[in-house]
Write a protein that binds this ligand. Sequence first.
Ligand code: GDP
Length: 202
Amino acid sequence: MLIESAEFTGSFTSIDACPKSPLPQFAFAGRSNVGKSSLINMLCGRKSLAKVSVTPGKTQTLNFYLINRKWFLVDLPGYGYARSSKEKRAFWMKMIEKYLLESTHLATVFLLIDSRITAQQNDLNFIEWMGVNEIPFCIVFTKADHPSSPAIQSNIMNFKNTLLKTWEYLPQIFISSSEKGIGRTDILKYIEQTLQELRQTK
Ligand code: GDP
């Protein structure tokens, strides 16, 4: 998919305030500092559409971007930032969950996982929560600048094996590096295919 236009629509603090447009929404979720803003900028071919944070834990709103005037990219607040208060973390998590449960035009969630570290409990909990609530999602392993490095391979394999302990099958998985432009074609192709399927089922 070629990105012909990417327009910032707005930042919202509740689902009730989000655009009521019937266009499909593709949401991007993950722990603070996972590389979400960088991935969004890489996918859209823009340097600073989403703000790459120097201080993690900054995105606290649901940020909507209209892409090609056909679909919304929804940047969800990063979760689990250790240095923010427990109350704030719980508040953002509730905001994310409420959006995912109530958004009637949600197509897929891309859950970003840092490929440089081992599986984190809050990511596993979030996956479990999406499974229980039947939220369609894919996993994107981020920061894989050298995808074939043993550390990255081992983290990804262990993560998959952990999932297979409770899941019958794995979700769609992408490997990405915003630094190297890895994963862009595959993720955009997946979005395009999903948009096509949605059009056919209308
Ligand atoms: P966010 O908090 O999830 O939006 O994460 P950011 O996009 O702000 O990135 C957090 C940090 O990780 C920044 O210092 C980025 O430069 C760095 N980062 C993001 N993506 C990559 C990547 O693909 N490779 C490398 N090496 N660093 C990355």
